[in-house]
Structure formats: C-alpha cells, structure tokens
Ligand binder design. Structure first.
Ligand code: DP6
Length: 350
C-alpha cells in the first residue's frame, strides 16, 4: 500500500445479461463446466459506489442497498470481499462504504447477481487502478474486472462487456475464450443481431426457488452431464457462426433449445426442480404460433426461473409490442413486462 493516505469514491453502473448458450455447472473456484455466450442488456442494471479510505486500523464496513442496511446482501458482499484479500490485499486496511441500487424492482424476478457483482467488481478493480496506477489500458482493466466479477457470480464475468461476450473455454476453432474471465465477442456480429430487443415477461415476481449455486451443483453426477457438455460445445460453435453470418433460423433453434435444455436438466436432476409455470408454457406456445403465422424473427429464452425473455429485432418492435400487449401480457404477473435491449456495457459514473 502506498505510504500516503488515499481516499476517494468510485462509482459504476453495470448491466445484467441474458445468456443464449447457458452456463450450467461449475467446478473448482467458480470455473464453468462449459463455455457460455450472452448479450449484455441496457435498462436492467445496478449502480454501485464505494467510498474508500486507506490506512485504517479498524476499518469501517458498511453496505446499503437502496439506501438501507440489508443483512442478507451485506453478509454475501463482505464474505466475497474477504475472499479477495489475496488479490486486493489493500482492501484489508480500508474503510469501505458501499451503496448499491438496481434499476429494476427486486421483486421483478430478474437475476440481479450479474449486474450487482459486475458493478462491485468494477469498483474494486478501479480502486486498485487509483491506488497503484496499474491497469491503465482498458483491455487489462476489463479483463481483471471480469476475473473478479466471476469470483462473485459466474454470469457477472460476461457483464463487463457491452454487446456480446463469451465466458469459458470454447472447444471451437472459431472462438478463443478462457475459463477465468470473459472476452468481448463483438468483432464478427452480423448487423441483424446488433440491435436485438429483449422483452422480459414477468410471469412470477417471487424470489428464485433454487439458488444458482444449488442449481449448478446438480450438474455434478447428473445422468446427462456428458451429453450436456457436448451439446453446449456444439451450440457455441454453431451460434458463433450464426451470429457472424446473420443466420436467424439457426439462432432461433440454438437459443430455444438451450433454454429448454437448461430446464430439462433441472427436471432430470436429483432432486428435480420444475421452475417453469403454466403461464411460461402458454407464452412459449403463443410465440411459436406467432412466428409460424408471421414469419418474423422472434424467439424465447429462459433463465433458471419462470420468466420468459422474448428476443426480436428492433425493426419489428411495433408489431411485436402489439402482440405482447394483446396476447402475452395476460400471462404476466400484474401484466408486467420489462422492455430491454442490447446495451453498450458498464459505465463509470463520475
Ligand atoms: C441459468 O451466474 O447466477 O442464468 O456463479 O453461482 O453465481 P453463480 O451462478 P449464476 O448462474 C447463471 C445461470 C444461468 C445461465 C447463464 O446466465 O449463463
């Protein structure tokens, strides 16, 4: 730690992301069993700030979520920060006052760990940059932030980049990616995929029924684990190509198969979980019918929960909004839909 007293504030806004090839199953220290590919969102984000002050004997630790003390979140945050002491030893002697808030209601059932952990990781990495003058090049900064975010939550590793990103070593000649951090995957994206929309249909606003960690652990000894790995590797190869060539038919097939495979894996775990609701299936059927009738580029994906993400092109926004209004909102809790879209990634707030 430099001799002089250092104090300051860092603040980052970081978005959530939606995976098209799903991360499901991990090993070691937060390493993924398969590579995943996601699109970073724009409107669903977390803003986190840290006030820090060095050279403190009994450093202060305060965490506020939406301006209030939150015991459950607080315990997770301090445990995570303690686990980073080997990487950021200077944190041990710093007052840290962390404030965090989400752009979406906590009850919306959106997975918030990707935005929350990436925002926090960006702040911590930024403190290193300020204190030591390291990580000056953006490449090095985001790589480290992604590494740190991954240790908090796997999917958060992908949120440090805008557009598309990949986390996990892909078994593909087209993709050179890593297990320890995500990479930006925007250099070969066809214009058809550069303005995608994501309407999140909130079927259930409740908390997650199964925590991600429990979910991932069910892939250890899963009867279909080897086949899942082979499927994810194949999907990664095919999706990278579809994104490059503008092949929407291949995109739809892979994205929907990934979503349903994720749920099929949960249904065939021991113990099993059914996380979709009847309304999720109603929406999926309606989307399939609408696509067959209109020939539009639209598809669905799911996270480990009942909410349905509708992915479509900005060009069809008006028509698809009408479809959502007339035929899909009836299946949502309080007719709640969050309209999001592909985003540019995190933003440092001055
Ligand atoms: C289904 O990133 O939430 O959303 O690493 O335990 O925090 P942890 O898991 P998490 O898992 C996300 C799983 C998923 C698929 C995905 O985002 O790739």
């Amino acid at each position: 730690m430099p001799d002089k007293l250092i104090e300051g504030e860092v603040c980052w806004r970081s978005p959530s992301n939606i995976a098209f090839v799903k991360y499901w199953g991990k090993y070691g220290t937060q390493l993924p069993k398969n590579a995943s590919l996601s699109m970073t969102l724009s409107e669903s984000y977390t803003i986190t700030s840290i006030d820090f002050k060095s050279q403190q004997k009994n450093p202060k630790r305060e965490f506020y979520f939406n301006g209030e003390f939150n015991e459950a979140f607080s315990a997770r945050i301090w445990k995570y920060i303690a686990s980073l002491c080997g990487i950021f030893p200077f944190l041990e002697e710093m007052d840290l006052i962390i404030r965090s808030k989400n752009s979406f209601p906590h009850s919306a059932g959106i997975a918030s760990s990707a935005s929350a952990m990436s925002a926090l990781a960006l702040c911590l990495t930024d403190i290193e940059r300020l204190v030591y003058g390291t990580l000056i090049k953006d490449d090095a900064f985001y790589k480290k932030a992604s590494y740190i975010a991954r240790l908090g939550s796997g999917s958060a590793a992908r949120s440090v980049y805008g557009g598309y990103s990949i986390w996990g070593q892909a078994k593909s000649a087209h993709v050179k990616s890593e297990n320890k951090f995500a990479i930006d995957f925007n250099s070969e994206i066809h214009p058809k995929f550069q303005q995608l929309q994501d309407a999140i249909l909130i079927v259930d606003e409740g908390q997650k029924k199964v925590s991600s960690s429990v979910g991932h652990s069910l892939m250890n000894n899963h009867p279909y684990a080897d086949d899942r790995l082979a499927q994810a590797n194949k999907h990664m190869e095919e999706l990278a190509l579809a994104l490059k060539e503008g092949n929407t038919a291949a995109f739809i097939k892979i994205v929907e198969t990934e979503a349903l495979s994720l749920h099929a894996l949960m249904m065939s775990s021991d113990p099993w979980f059914i996380l979709m609701k009847p309304q999720s299936l109603e929406i999926i059927n309606k989307v399939q019918e609408f696509r067959e009738k209109t020939g539009k580029f639209i598809c669905f994906t799911l996270d480990a929960g009942p909410n349905v993400h509708l992915i479509y092109s900005k060009d069809d926004e008006v028509e698809i909004n009408k479809f959502i209004e007339k035929e899909l909102k009836q299946f949502c809790s309080k007719r709640h839909v969050i309209f999001d879209e592909i985003g540019e990634g995190p933003l440092k707030i001055k």
